[in-house]
Design a protein around this ligand. Structure first.
Ligand code: SAM
Length: 247
């Protein structure tokens, strides 16, 4: 099943990277119908204005709700549909995670509204939410970017690789960091087995599948405990075996 993503931005060229690599391939293969729109196409004045000064004063400009409303009315269905989500990148949103990517990947249609300046007039999200459209205000991390375009790139890439047929071997999606195990991924190695005096761990050359699997799980547990103790705290105790607890 094909997924459609509309991205609305005042810098459509920013999204050009989505023609490359796996996402580009998914588009050409018809797995992902990605359309990038210029918000200014929905302006009505000669200057194609999308912003104005903030009520209440303060620095910066705010994106106008009327322009965004015309754009979103054209792209969202008139009647709210649970399979069509409005995604609004914002540093004040819920943090976007692999779970969030999975959730978005299960939708049929996403409309991503990229803010600029001090963001979009708050009534835009308020209105579509009140009408019953699923609206996700999502942050890609605790830092501030100049616009939602990079966040849209992040989300489209994270969602795109989950679509069936995009990543060649679906097993590679299961084992990686932030996957089902709740652990960071173990370290990976390839040829040559010896490089600048550094050796690939013997067990990986042993051909002994059970031992390799145990080694990988131990390294994943170790790495996660050291780098992301918050992920260890979130693990389901039931999912750990006696050997895990020794690590
Ligand atoms: N004044 C806003 C605030 O403090 O919440 C920040 C606006 S930011 C300069 C402009 C736009 O960049 C936002 O509307 C949003 O689209 C995007 N943006 C910035 N940081 C982001 C983040 N961490 N995650 C997602 N989008 C972000």
């Amino acid at each position: 099943p094909e997924v459609r993503i509309d991205v609305v931005t005042i810098f459509p060229d920013y999204l050009a990277a989505l023609d490359l690599s796996l996402v580009g391939k998914a588009r050409r293969a018809g797995l992902l119908d990605l359309r990038v729109h210029d918000l200014r196409d929905w302006t009505t004045d000669r200057h194609r204005t999308v912003d104005d000064t903030p009520f209440g004063g303060g620095a910066g400009m705010v994106m106008r709700p009327d322009v965004w409303g015309r754009a979103l009315d054209d792209l969202l269905p008139t009647a709210p549909d649970p399979a069509v989500r409005l995604v609004v990148p914002t540093p004040s949103g819920r943090v976007f995670t692999q779970r969030g990517a999975e959730e978005l990947a299960s939708a049929e249609h996403l409309v991503v509204a990229c803010g600029r300046y001090e963001g979009i007039d708050a009534r835009v999200v308020e209105r579509y939410r009140a009408e019953g459209h699923p609206v996700d205000e999502l942050s890609i991390g605790d830092y501030v970017l100049n616009g939602g375009e990079v966040a849209a790139l992040v989300m489209v890439e994270a969602v795109g690789r989950l679509l069936p047929g995009v990543v060649g071997n679906p097993q590679s999606l299961v084992e990686e960091s932030h996957g089902a195990a709740g652990l960071l991924e173990y370290p990976v190695y390839t040829k040559p087995p010896s490089w600048q005096g550094l050796e690939v761990p013997d067990v990986l050359l042993s051909g002994h599948h059970a031992r390799i699997e145990r080694w990988r799980r131990d390294r994943a547990l170790e790495r996660t405990a050291r780098r992301r103790p918050d992920l260890v705290d979130a693990l389901d105790a039931e999912a750990l075996d006696a050997r895990d607890r020794e690590v």
